[in-house]
Every structure is written in C-alpha cells, then in structure tokens.
Design a protein around this ligand. Structure first.
Ligand SMILES: [Zn+2]
Ligand SMILES: [Zn+2]
Length: 763
C-alpha cells in the first residue's frame, strides 16, 4: 500500500538537518514489519534513538544528521503492507543516545492504531517451505513480517505476541534469534514459530485423535472422497475433491442442494478451468487472497457439480502454508467452503459440536483463532475490484470518508449478509461478514464481534444506526448501549449512501437502488428505488411499478409465485392457469390469492422481478439459496450474443413521481420466439434502458449528472455494465462499488454515514 503523502501532516521541507526528532506514526504500522524497517533505516543513516509500538501506533525518536532525507526515505519506502495514515513530527532536545534500540511496547494512552488484516503466505516463505534443507521445510505454520495471520489472532493492542493467540507457544532459541535480529525477515514477526516450538497438527476422526501422521491421514480422507474439516486462518473450511461422490457427500452434510462452492487450487490448475485475466491474476495473488469469480472455460465440466447452471467459478489460491501443503499433495483443485450451517457464521473454535456433524474428519491444530473471518469474494469489474463479500484479508482496513465526525457511530447492518460498521473521525471500520442474523448463532456472533472491535479500537458509540424494519433481529443489539441515540435508516438509502461514502462523493447524485426487499418509509416493501440527494439527505424521486407478491416473504423462496402474479398482471390468464397446474392445489390457491389480492404484499422490488422473470423462462421454480434464480438469469443472458433489441416498457407518473413499468417487457418476452438466452439478455437490456429513461426523468432540470448504482441486484455485473454504458453514453457520470459490496454486506456503512450526518464536520 502506498503511504498517502497528502494525508501526512508534516512538511518534509521544514525538517532541520541536525538534531533530535520525535515521530509518531498512525495507520497500519504494527504487524507489518514497520519497526524493523525503521530500525534498518536508522542504522543505514547512522542515527541513534529508539522505536516502540504504542496503543496509538509507533513512536520513533532519532538523532543525528540528514534527518530530512531520513524522513523522506521512510515515507517513500515503508513496507508494502504498511499504511501511514498520519505522521506527527516534533523537534526535541538532544539526548545523546549511544545506540538505536527497540523498546518495549507502551500500552498506555489512547488507542488509534489500525490492525492489519490476515495476509496470505508470501513468496519467501513459500520458497522456504519448498526447500528440503530448510528447517521450516513443509512446515504448515510458517510466516514472517510480510505474511501470516494478524486480525484473526489479535486479542488486544498493541500488536505484541502476549496479546495474540501465539502467547501459549514459547519460542525456541532459533526462533528467538530470528525474532530478535533486525536483519532477519522474521524480526519481531509476532506469530513466528518452527517445527520445534510452534503449533502442531492433529487429525480427529469421530472425536478421537488419529495416531498416524495427521497430514498423511487427512490426505487419505480427501482421496477417498470424504469431507475433511480444515482449520484455516479465519475459521474452518470443509474440504473435498470435486468428484461426483465427494460433492454428493458434501452437499448432503451441508444440506446445500445447488448453491455454488468455492474452490482452492494453484494458478496452473485454475487456468485449466477458467479464463484468468491479468487483473484477475493480480486479485488471486494479492495479499488478501480472496475468492475470485472467474469465467469458466466452455470445456470444463467442473461447474456441473460445484456450481450448477453458473458460468463462473469461484477460486482462491492456497493462502496459508497448511492449504499449500494440501493442494500440493493432492495435485488437484479442492472444494473449500466455510464450515457452517447454512447462513450461520463460520465455525472457528475446535470444540464446536457442529463441526463433527458437518465432516468425516477434522484437521486442526493448537493455535487458536480469536476472531472469525470468512473468505472474501470478489470479481473484476471494469478492471476494478468488485466485492461480493468483504471479509478476510480486507477487514479491518478502514474506509476513508469525505467528512469527519467526533461522534462514534455503530451501525448494525441488515438481516442478510450482515456486517456492522464503526465510524469515528474520518474512518469507517466495516466488520467481517457475519451471516444471516435471523439465526441466533449469527446474532450472538455479531454481538461478540462488536465487543471485540470496540475493545481493540477503544471506541464507545454515542449513536446506533439500525434498519427501519421493525422486525430485524439485530436491532435488539442496540439495547447493549443504553445511553446511545438510536437512529433508523431506510434500507435503500443506506445502499446509496454506502456507495457515496466509499467514493468520497459529496455532491448531489441520483441514486439507483435495485435490491431484494427492504422496509420503506411508508411501511410498504421497497426494492427498486430512485433517490436524489447526498450524504446528508436522500429523497425518493421514483421507483419501479409495484407488483403483487403472493405469500409475501414466501415468494422470495418460491419465485414461481411471483411468476404467476406477473402472468396475471399482463393479462395472460390462460398461461397462468397452465403454469399453476404444475403446483397442484397450492398453485390454485396462489392463483386465487393473486386474483383477490390477499395474503401477500405489493412491492417495488427489482430482485423479485428478476425472480419472476427467471421462473417464467423456466430456469427454476424455487430459490434454494438467496438470489439463485436471478443469478441463473444473468448466466443465461451471458450465453447470448450482445444485441440491440429492447422490449417495450413504460414510464408512468404516480403521485408526481416517475414510475418504471416493466410489465410490457414481460408480456413481450412471453410472446418472443427467440432462444431463452436471447430473451434473458433482451430483458437485461430493457431494464438498463428503463433505468436510463428514469434517470433522465428523475434528474429533470436539477443539473444532477451523476448516477450511483447500488443494491443487491447490481451484483449482476451484466446489468451493471449495460446500465453504466447507457448512462455514460448519455452524459452521466456513473459510480459503482469498489470497496464494499452492492449487496446487504455494504449497508452498515451507509447506515453509519447517514446516521452521522447531523454530527459531521466537512473536511
Ligand atoms: Zn512470509
Ligand atoms: Zn522455533
């Protein structure tokens, strides 16, 4: 990471050439080799003094000559994983130090340090592992100042071994020598260890520890198509081969019918199944080592079992030394999915009873994980990182805001794909992925993770931001902060605000939030909304035409209900009756409910519209996981060649607001004789055209020329691309996400910035 010079409050030209300086660094300056770097730099310039970690960062005192050059050197050559956020500098009297020393950490004072995320195995450590003569040859826990676990093992700050889960391991003499030697690449690497003194692997089968060599035994489990739970960095994975037998076993254990699984493999293996662009290779090999969604090659059959119906596969590189050993020794791609029951948080403790139920054997070790973090999931959109899940490797890096607030805001997020955000000053700390807080386990995990963040960052919230939906379970967590003011934020405004915040956008924009469902201002269910405004205020200025959802929430799981409703809405009664037959009595009941408009809700949700259209095109009747049918609709559309044709649609005016009516498009699509893929593509393009017309109508003479695209539907990168291109061709500047997901994983950020609006100071 480049240190951002503009943020350093030090005028490098003003530094005196001789004397003694005290420098205070904040940012990501602990756990990333920053002190050793300062030590080596001081030696190089022949300076005396000391360096130490503090709760607020790193303090350095140096005396001697060429001080200006020294400071410039530090700013320019800081270690790659460090990030200097502020540098305070003062001239102090000479103390005639005789040496340069690294002092014990100072734990008093205000905490202001940033915590490094977990970092994937570096190249130097990989080479050592591969070298038969090295004492860490094939060592599953190797790490150095440039790589290894951080966020997941930190119990408190400052980042020193006694405050990490490595405290239980006493370094051997060799490790101690490396740890203490400034010229060594493990100098002050807190998780340093070796086969003599570090964590040990264990294999448990049916609760009993296996007597054989753990790795060898674990490989036997994998090779016989069974499911192995593997303790990783931020939690346990369930690992297995991609064979039909192993996949059937995994789907049975995880009770996961069709949802795609992520895989782990070497780059060479990945290239046998997927196209990998240079940007995607960069993402795979980045220190965060996320799961990258890659376009699968037509010849690969891997997707059939792993990601049915999809045209993308999620791959990550082996990012821990243990993963590397497993992939190397198996010589093939392995499925690696978070060990959890559906939508619950990832399991990260050894004792967890569910772990035994979910796997045939458990490969674990005695280095505890203090904080869980699922793998992050990203894609490449317009040569930028597009997040689907922001978690391990990115959390807890802050997102820098275009304003500052003295008030600490804690935003609790939504219900699905929940994250929370802590906002203070000009930084927003977005948490790791927590899961679906409808489950008690996830709610408990959110509560615990909030506690950990408040402790390590030493913050105490004065404002709690929550979703407007009165039934979202995590609203209960606000009760933990009795003195704090609770502010409700509307779901789709939070989506738009999250995008404005991460983009640093302070001007007025048109926000287009296409989403599943969220609670609206008027108590109805929204999900296709247009807003005009900025980070202070977003006014609803348009929406999609409401459609009837028979069964309300049930329609999210059973899109055939929505399909029936759409058929009746376009007057295709005969077709509706035919369609309903397939579902027997239930079909008739739903048909009746739609005619009577009872037992359901009206909604402007764009996600539900996609559900219904996908069901009408025969892509499925039910969502076995959130967004399944819409994602299949995208995959289907991407199989068709680009086309120019668009179905008809209408812009209507309702209560002085433009409303986008897509029913004509549905009707035209039903009558269309083209292939399914072409129809799917045409529907996408029609919606993108509709959005453009809405944007023109909603902005009118306001002068707003920026459109901000957010909400779960914009996980659909085909729709995102079509919309962006059309808007740009018509003179709009288009914002899309690059730091948090467009889905509900991003809304805690938006909640936080909107709740902070009354308190903020402009930068
Ligand atoms: Zn390393
Ligand atoms: Zn050792």
């Amino acid at each position: 990471m480049e240190p951002r010079q503009e943020s350093l409050d030090v005028r490098l030209a003003d530094i005196k050439e001789n004397g003694r300086l005290r420098l205070h660094f904040s940012g990501i300056v602990q756990g990333v080799g920053f002190r050793p770097f300062l030590y080596r730099s001081a030696e190089k310039f022949g300076l005396k003094g000391f360096v130490k970690n503090t709760s607020a960062g790193v303090t350095l005192e140096v005396e001697g000559g060429r001080l200006g050059e020294f400071v410039r050197h530090i700013v320019r050559h800081a270690p790659p994983l460090s990030h200097i956020e502020t540098l305070r500098l003062e001239e102090i009297p000479l103390r005639h130090s005789r040496e340069f020393a690294i002092l014990e950490s100072d734990t008093s004072g205000q905490k202001n340090v940033m915590v490094s995320p977990d970092i994937a195995l570096c190249e130097a450590c990989q080479k050592e592992m591969a070298n038969a003569a090295d004492r860490r040859h094939a060592y599953p826990f190797t790490n150095c100042t440039d790589c290894g676990p951080r966020f997941s093992i930190i119990e408190d700050l400052p980042y020193d071994r006694p405050l990490t889960t490595m405290k239980r391991f006493t370094m051997c003499l060799d490790c101690r020598r490396e740890y203490r030697s400034p010229s060594d690449r493990r100098y002050h690497a807190q998780p340093v260890s070796c086969p003599n003194c570090g964590p040990k692997l264990k294999l448990r089968i049916k609760g009993k520890e296996s007597k054989g060599e753990p790795l060898t035994e674990a490989l036997k489990i994998l090779k016989t198509d069974r499911v192995l739970a593997v303790k990783g960095i931020g939690g346990f994975h369930l690992a297995c081969r991609t064979s039909q037998k192993a996949m059937a076993r995994l789907r049975h254990l995880k009770k996961r019918e069709r949802k795609p699984f992520a895989m782990m493999a070497s780059l060479e293996m990945i290239r046998k199944h997927c196209r990998v662009s240079s940007k995607e290779k960069e993402l795979l090999q980045s220190p965060a080592a996320p799961i990258v969604l890659l376009e699968s090659l037509p010849k690969t059959r891997l997707g059939r079992q792993v990601a049915p119906g999809q045209n993308r596969l999620g791959f990550m590189l082996p990012y821990s030394p243990l993963h590397r050993l497993l992939i190397e020794k198996m010589g093939e791609a392995l499925v690696m999915t978070s060990a959890n029951r559906s939508d619950e948080p990832i399991i990260f403790r050894d004792g967890a009873a569910e772990l035994r139920e979910l796997s045939d054997a458990i490969l674990t070790h005695d280095r505890p994980i203090h904080t869980f973090a699922d793998d992050s999931v990203v894609g490449n959109f317009a040569k930028e990182t597009y997040f689907f899940r922001r978690s391990r490797g990115f959390v807890p890096l802050p997102i820098h805001l275009p304003f500052s607030t003295p008030q600490t805001v804690l935003a609790l997020g939504g219900m699905l794909k929940t994250t929370f955000t802590l906002l203070h000053g000009n930084r927003a700390l977005v948490s790791q992925h927590i899961g679906d807080t409808e489950s008690i386990a996830a709610l408990a995990a959110e509560k615990q993770a909030i506690g950990h963040f408040l402790k390590i960052f030493a913050l105490s919230p004065g404002v709690i931001a929550v979703d407007m939906h009165p039934a979202y379970p995590n609203r209960l967590l606000a009760a933990d902060f009795p003195g704090a003011r609770v502010i409700e934020v509307q779901h789709h405004r939070a989506h738009i605000a999250s995008l404005l915040a991460e983009s640093g956008e302070t001007d007025k924009v048109l926000g287009i939030a296409l989403d599943g469902t969220g609670y609206g201002d008027d108590g109805t269910i929204w999900g296709g909304e247009f807003f005009s405004g900025d980070l202070h205020r977003l006014e609803r200025v348009g929406h999609l035409l409401p459609i009837f959802l028979p069964g309300g929430d049930a329609a999210a799981h059973e899109p055939w209900r929505t399909a029936l409703s759409l058929l009746l809405a376009v007057g295709a009664e005969k077709a509706a009756r035919r369609f309903a037959k397939k579902f027997g009595r239930k079909g008739d009941q739903v048909l009746e409910a739609v005619v009577q408009r009872r037992g359901g809700v009206m909604t402007t949700s764009c996600g539900r519209l996609f559900d219904g259209v996908a069901a009408l095109l025969g892509l499925g009747d039910c969502n076995s996981y959130e967004g399944e049918l819409p994602s299949l609709l995208q995959a289907e559309a991407e199989r068709a060649r680009p086309q120019k044709q668009s179905y008809p649609y209408a812009l209507e005016k309702k209560s002085a607001m433009p409303v986008l009516n897509m029913l004509m498009a549905v009707e035209a699509m039903l009558a269309d004789k083209k292939s399914r893929a072409e129809k799917a593509r045409c529907f996408h393009l029609t919606l993108a055209n509709g959005l453009l017309d809405m944007a023109i109508s909603c902005t009118g003479t306001s002068g707003i020329r920026t459109a901000a695209l957010s909400g779960g539907v914009f996980q659909n990168t085909l729709l995102l691309k079509m919309s962006r291109d059309l808007l740009q061709e018509n003179g709009f500047r288009v914002l899309h996400h690059t730091q948090v997901p467009a889905n509900d994983g991003g809304i805690s950020l938006g909640q936080a910035v909107l709740a902070a609006a009354p308190y903020r100071k402009e930068l």
